[in-house]
Write a protein that binds this ligand. Structure first.
Ligand code: BES
Ligand code: MN
Ligand code: MN
Length: 461
């Protein structure tokens, strides 16, 4: 038997090589052309779980991409930890902005990661992070350190809304019974200050289409006399926020659970430098809802953002045309008590209401999900904090995140268990962006911290 630190130093290169192999498969769930890669990745994940010591591993078919399920049940009277992760990744686009190809992983040192970071799509979100759990399991099974039962559920559609996982969870409550759900798919404050994510925002996502004339028109012959759908769309979008950057959709804030002064005071204690924040993304100033700090705007407040907008002529040169149609994709991040369906309905009504008669509008909802908050007085949180305190030498700070993992709220509803979000990524790791990377330090620290969570959770149970 060897301890985790020794085990990691003896196996470090192999751990990195294995992750690199996984990152080479372009498992982009948004693109149907990658279906074979999804299956190939699921197979690789299955094999990794078998090698790490799971007794039973299966590829579960779903209406979409398969879910890899694995388990090692050592004693039914002991607690069970369910590990969730996703093997699908975001598209690499825009590919020309990557310094090296997205699916040819390379290790490079950066200012924030002096020990080096693995650059590849999915390195941090989420292959690198769920693979820490696979390697932690390998340590626990080979070194006789597994203190409880463990189940793994690694899905392939997180980046496109998890609809197959929703389907799977509703049909497999029994199989998925657990005492706590453990996920590494979020971030932490810094490599010297760990944090535990205690909240996620919900999401409502819509696409809008504004139609003017029934065909593209000559902008000289018709210009000035008919509504240009792009002009109108721009006006309508601009009207969705007021001068204080509040969202103008009637009743949008009605159900928002306001954070108490106490909670806001706690939040303000988290280490955060506005200057460093601005510098890291080259901004002259921040921008957002009046009355809230940057950290609050990006976590406990709901938002509305245009994610894409198009229409008309965008090729080379000039074409004088009034387009027939204009489009936009809009995401709204939601906070506890707002519900995705309700917000989508409020948006749709409002958007139809503010459209002038000279155009028609169509709103198409996409996938959504509910927000999640977890208290910090449960054994899951305490076990995680104890684990971090041991491996980082400082306590973890609870912090609500602005991102969304919609399936977490469903886990609570269907499986009746709390989720502990032990993320090891950094905001600067560029998830969803070109040059996504994951620090070697973070990867190995995750592998070191996870077995301690298992140990303390079992002890406290
Ligand atoms: N892992 C992210 C979510 C995340 C990242 C939460 C960092 C907190 C900190 C996840 O893969 C993701 O990208 N989620 C999507 C939502 C999904 C429905 C497409 C998101 O937040 O945009
Ligand atoms: Mn993710
Ligand atoms: Mn993601």
């Amino acid at each position: 038997m060897t301890d985790i630190k020794n085990y990691i130093s003896q196996n470090k290169d192999r751990f990195i090589d294995e992750l690199i192999e996984l990152l080479k498969i372009p498992s982009v769930s948004a693109d149907a052309a990658h279906k074979p890669d999804m299956l190939k990745t699921a197979d690789a994940v299955k094999k990794s779980l078998e090698d790490a010591g799971c007794d039973k591993v299966e590829i579960c078919e779903t209406p979409g991409n398969p879910i890899v399920y694995g388990e090692k049940i050592i004693d039914a009277s002991l607690p069970t930890v369910l590990v969730y992760g996703h093997y699908d990744v975001q598209p690499a686009d825009p590919v020309e902005l990557w310094d090296s190809p997205a699916f040819e992983p390379v290790i490079k040192k950066t200012e924030i990661h002096p020990e080096g970071a693995i650059f590849a799509r999915g390195s941090c979100d989420d292959k690198g992070q769920f693979y820490m759990h696979v390697k932690a399991l390998e340590y626990m099974t080979t070194q006789d350190q597994l203190p409880c039962n463990v189940k793994f559920m690694i899905e392939g559609e997180e980046e496109v809304g998890s609809s197959s996982l929703d389907w799977f969870v509703r049909r497999n409550q029994e199989k998925l019974t657990n005492d706590v759900i453990l996920i590494s798919d979020t971030g932490m404050i810094s490599n010297t200050q760990p944090s535990i994510t205690t909240g996620l925002r919900g999401l409502s996502y819509v696409e809008v289409e504004v139609t003017g004339p029934n065909r593209d028109l000559h902008s000289g012959l018709y210009g000035g006399a008919v509504a240009n759908p792009i002009n109108i769309l721009a006006k309508m979008l601009a009207a969705l926020h007021d001068e204080n950057n509040h969202i103008t959709i009637p009743s949008f804030y009605d159900k928002v659970l306001e954070a108490s002064d106490e909670e806001r005071k706690e939040m303000a204690k988290a280490p955060f430098s506005l200057d460093a924040y601005k510098k890291s993304i080259d901004l002259g100033d921040v921008y957002g809802e009046e009355g809230y700090s940057t950290l609050e705007r990006a976590s406990i407040r709901p938002t509305l953002d245009v994610n894409g907008i198009w229409g008309g002529y965008i090729e080379e040169g000039a074409k004088t045309v009034i387009p027939s149609k204009a489009y936009a994709k809009i995401s709204m991040r939601l906070v506890p008590n707002q519900t995705s369906d309700e917000i989508t309905t409020l948006f749709t009504k409002h958007f139809e209401n503010i459209a002038p008669k000279s155009v028609s509008v169509k709103v198409t909802p996409h996938h959504g999900g509910e927000a999640y908050v977890t208290p910090i007085d449960n054994i899951g949180y305490r076990a995680a904090n104890k684990a971090y305190t041991e491996t980082f030498g400082v306590q973890a700070i609870p912090q609500r995140s602005g991102g969304s993992i919609p399936i977490v709220a469903l886990f609570e509803q269907e499986l009746k268990s709390k989720t502990i979000l032990m993320g090891f990524g950094l905001d600067s790791d560029a998830i969803h962006s070109p040059n996504e990377h994951f620090g070697i330090f973070n990867y190995l620290k995750g592998i070191e911290t996870i077995p301690l969570f298992f140990k303390y959770f079992t002890e406290m149970s």
